[in-house]
Unconditional design. Structure first.
Length: 148
């Protein structure tokens, strides 16, 4: 192969990778942008009073068997009945307020931490915990503490 053919092959390969990424991430970003309004409408139609959110958040997984271990980006909201999280990819995660035990914040959860971020960790009455990243961990702790 000549140098020009190698360069062309590399450029084509990079172009294919870019197109595949665009095909995946453009719909995901659109879904993430639409989620707060959709979650608000879902909660309102269920007759729930929104206490906090909806806002962008990151689900960090759960140690309880009834909650997925796989995390993901999405939208989080707290109502008078549940803590609702809608992932960009994957099914919904709902924690009934009746199942919320102790809430705490910690830099580490499930052996993971991110620089400058603090987990909001929800202890479940049935055992185990579920973790989230949110913008204002203290506001979420206070709101969850008054609802539980």
């Amino acid at each position: 192969m000549t140098t020009e053919q190698v360069v062309l092959l590399v450029v084509v390969a990079i172009g294919v990778v870019v197109l595949i990424n665009l095909a995946i991430w453009i719909p995901v970003r659109r879904r993430l942008r639409a989620q707060p309004a959709q979650l608000s409408a879902e909660l309102a139609s269920a007759g729930e009073h929104i206490v906090l959110g909806p806002e962008a958040g990151i689900y960090r997984g759960g140690t309880a068997s009834s909650y997925p271990k796989t995390g993901g980006n999405g939208t989080i909201a707290l109502t008078d009945r549940r803590l609702a999280f809608r992932r960009a990819l994957g099914g919904p995660i709902d924690i009934p307020i009746s199942q919320v035990g102790a809430v705490r914040k910690d830099r580490w959860f499930r052996s993971g931490a991110r620089m400058g971020q603090v987990h909001v960790i929800v202890g479940l009455r049935s055992g185990g915990e579920v973790g989230f990243y949110v913008r204002d961990a203290d506001a979420w702790l206070a709101a969850l503490g008054t609802q539980a």
